[in-house]
Write a protein that binds this ligand. Structure first.
Ligand code: ADP
Length: 790
């Protein structure tokens, strides 16, 4: 039995299938039984109806039987011959089913009633007629009444004939026969049948003695009938009544029930399946739930491990707390009996926070709310104080008394630090605003809502209150119309993303009626979902003073420029004019020396030479000064300069000097720069000349020219192996007339490097020196690389 139960619950599907098969089998059995019963009923009905018909036939036959028996009796008592007419009449009158009676001597019809109209049969020998004699012979052989026919009568019409063989002292002597017209017989037996029994089909068959063939006498059609069929043999005439029920209801009657049973079987077995499944589902559910619970427990443990929160459960009745492992990790205290007690926890709370915490806790526990949340400071085991966020859920008993508090503790020191930082940042920010005296504005570009700070209004001499209602129109109202248009353009560029921020200098109308210059700067910091600018923030800084200064500087510059211009033309004219008398002085001194050479003593000649030399130097100096003074710079003249070409030109100019001094020049391939050709050429001439000039005696000068790209600049270096310069003089040599040597040692005016510096500075570059005494010098200068934005 146990295995059945096991099977039942273990395999609900098998249980369901077995139940289904059992229910179905039982259902099929019932249906078959029902079918058989209905079929039996139908059989019985056919038999009943058939028997009624048979009885009817039998009645007719019995009546015919009695007629021929009477006749036979009369024959045996010899009363027939004379009175046949009378006897016949009386028989036919009394037995209306009989139509004619005959008496046959052996097989020959010798008497027939009624005779009139039937005379033809008299003398007809039925035994001699091979087509008719079969049944007559049958009657003789069986020595009893036998019905023949129906067949066609010689006298016309169709009839069945009852023939009783008559024997005298054991010798066959003839037949007593009675004729019943076939039409009448049919009418008598079958006329009403179809009306009374429309659900049946009936036929009357004849078995022919020779062939045993059954011939339908009613020509009934059974092809549509499917009900039970019965056959009733009427031996006296070798006839069969065949009766069939047209439509059997047996199958129809069970079909609906069977479908119902099939459905019920399915339903019951499904219910059984479900029922059998219950313990299994329950077990599965329990397993799943247990697994889920384990998982969730695991997750909880991992989660409590993974984050640094302490999860705790405080039993208010026993006043002890169970805490997660993080208690030790976060605060450094071991979990002991003592630490589980609430007094221990209280001792950790910062004294300044304790009162607040206790008050709020008391309020929460005694109140109706179930949520506890408090930020306060606690002491860690290492003495450090941290900020924590303590949160929990109060659990109450039926009377609403708090009995348990479950929650978590989180270290929020970091957040507190950030909050403090934000507060101080805010303070700093407002200090900056205050300190820079900047007006601020916040503008919702989409709605036009605008917020200004007090300084914004103060810049134009108002208070915010006076400007109310404030909107973006307030700005438009006070802005200079021209500047407002320009500011609109700048704003558009920023909105389109072409400028990182918006910046414009605008004039605003002061309350007093004068214009105040404002530097208006801002940036869109949020955009709508469809990419339109939303919130924009910015500042107004009063730059009126700066603007005034700029104006002043501009005027001063203009003045300076015209003074410079004047100075340049003065220097040019002066040096030009001075050169002429100097040339005269030196020419006449040379003439003096030539003419009075013989009268002048050594000293006199030497003095003249000194004077000539002085005049020449003064002339060179004047030339150099003029060059320095007239160096001009017009950015329009800036163009691409191929430094290689320039060097070649300089070397060509210096060719003699180079050859004389056996100077070695090493040049790299140099890049192109942006500059003005003549002054740059001058720089190279000056540097190369110096490199050759400032050499130790007997040394072969080596000059290396190289270049290096540094971002959008080119650094050019002219290096020599000359006498070098002490570090302390690195700046001095670039000053006007800055010379380190006497004219005797090295000639020069002390202007070459000043000129070079001026030229390089005008080009936006820089020039400097690196040098070591006795080893050599490197003069570097920078120029803009060609092709970069100037
Ligand atoms: P000048 O050469 O006419 O004296 P510069 O302005 O060209 O004037 O040079 C200034 C001084 O810098 C020179 O007198 C010299 O003392 C020093 N100097 C310039 N170039 C070099 C160099 N290549 N090596 C050593 N000293 C130099």
């Amino acid at each position: 039995m146990i295995w059945i139960r096991d099977l039942f619950f273990k395999s609900p599907a098998v249980t369901g299938i077995i139940a289904f098969l059992l229910f179905l089998g039982f259902g099929i059995f019932l249906s078959i039984k029902e079918y058989q019963i209905v079929r039996l009923e139908e059989d019985n009905r056919v038999i009943q109806v058939g028997e009624i018909v048979e009885d009817k036939v039998q009645d007719v036959l019995n009546t015919a039987n009695s007629a021929v028996n009477i006749l036979a009796y009369l024959v045996s008592t010899d009363k027939v011959e004379d009175n046949f007419e009378e006897i016949g009449k009386s028989i036919i009158d009394n037995i209306p089913i009989i139509d004619q009676i005959q008496f046959l001597d052996s097989g020959v019809i010798i008497a027939n009633y009624p005779l009139a109209g039937n005379e033809i049969v008299i003398g007809y020998d039925i035994l001699a007629d091979s087509t008719r004699n079969q049944e007559a012979i049958l009657a003789i052989e069986s020595k009893r009444l036998f019905f023949a026919g129906p067949f066609a009568l010689r006298q016309g019409g169709e009839a069945i004939v009852a023939r009783l063989p008559i024997y005298e002292e054991g010798e066959f002597i003839g037949f007593a026969a009675a004729l019943i017209y076939w039409e009448k017989f049919k009418r008598e037996i079958f006329e009403d049948f179809n009306n009374l029994n429309p659900e049946f089909t009936i036929d009357f068959l004849k078995i022919y003695p020779n062939s045993n063939d059954e011939i339908s006498l009613l020509n009934s059609d059974f092809s549509d009938a499917n009900g039970p069929v019965e056959r009733f043999l009427i031996e006296e005439g070798n006839w069969i009544i065949k009766l069939q029920l047209n439509q059997s209801k047996a199958f129809d009657s069970i079909i609906f029930l069977s479908i119902g049973r099939l459905f019920t079987s399915f339903l019951f077995s499904f219910l059984l399946y479900k029922f059998a499944q219950q313990p299994y589902t329950l077990k599965k559910k329990i397993t799943e739930t247990t697994e889920e619970l384990q998982l969730s427990n695991q997750r909880f443990q991992l989660a409590t491990k993974a984050n640094s929160q302490i999860i705790w459960d405080w039993d208010l009745v026993t006043n002890t707390t169970i805490r997660s492992e993080n208690f030790e990790k976060l605060l450094g205290y071991k979990q002991t009996n003592e630490s589980s007690h609430n007094e221990f926890w209280k001792s950790l709370i910062h004294p300044d926070d304790l009162e607040k915490v206790e008050k709020n806790l008391q309020k929460t526990l005694s109140g109706k709310k179930n949520k506890w949340s408090q930020e306060f400071r606690v002491r860690k085991s290492n003495g450090q104080t941290i900020y924590i966020l303590d949160r929990g859920l109060v659990i109450r008993n039926n009377e609403g008394k708090a009995i348990r508090l479950i929650g978590s503790t989180q270290d929020i020191s970091e957040r507190k630090k950030i909050e403090d930082e934000i507060v101080s940042q805010k303070q700093r920010f407002s200090n900056v605003i205050e300190g820079t005296n900047a007006g601020t504005w916040e503008w919702n570009v989409q709605t036009g809502e605008t917020i200004f700070n007090e300084t914004w209004a103060e810049i134009i001499g108002y208070s915010l209150k006076e400007l109310e209602p404030i909107s973006i129109q307030t700005w438009q109202k006070f802005a200079h119309p021209e500047d407002f248009i320009e500011s609109g353009k700048q704003l558009e560029l920023h909105f389109l993303g072409k400028a990182d921020r918006y910046e414009a200098e605008c004039r605003m109308l002061h309350k007093d009626g004068h214009w105040v210059w404002v530097l208006d700067r801002g940036k869109v910091l949020s955009w709508t979902a469809d990419g339109k600018p939303l919130m924009m923030f910015g500042t107004h800084v009063d730059i009126t003073l700066k603007k005034k200064r700029e104006e002043e500087i501009k005027t001063a510059n203009q003045k300076l420029q015209s003074a410079n211009e004047e100075l340049r033309s003065f220097a040019s004219v002066a040096s030009h004019d001075m050169k002429e008398p100097l040339r005269m002085i030196s020419s006449f001194l040379e003439l003096l020396e030539m003419k009075y050479h013989s009268v002048l003593d050594e000293k006199g000649i030497q003095y003249i030479r000194f004077a000539v030399d002085g005049a020449k130097r003064l002339s060179r100096l004047t030339g150099d000064m003029m060059e320095y003074a007239t160096i001009g710079f017009d950015p329009k003249d800036l163009k691409k300069l191929d430094l290689n070409e320039i060097i070649q030109e300089v070397l060509a100019i210096k060719q003699n000097e180079l050859e004389e001094g056996k100077v070695k020049i090493e040049t790299q391939k140099l890049p192109s720069v942006l500059g003005i050709k003549t002054p740059i050429k001058t720089v190279f001439i000056n540097l190369i000349s110096n490199a050759i000039k400032y050499q130790k005696q007997g040394n072969t000068p080596l000059v290396k020219i190289s270049a290096e790209n540094i971002k959008d600049l080119v650094k050019i270096t002219v290096e020599d192996n000359g006498i070098g310069i002490e570090k302390e003089y690195f700046d001095q040599i670039f000053a006007l007339f800055g010379r380190l040597h006497s004219k005797k040692e090295f000639g020069g005016t002390g202007l070459g490097l000043s000129v070079s510096k001026k030229i390089i500075r005008q080009h936006g570059g820089d020039i400097w020196v690196e040098s070591e005494l006795g080893i050599g010098s490197k003069f570097h200068f920078t120029l803009k690389k060609y092709g970069t934005a100037s």
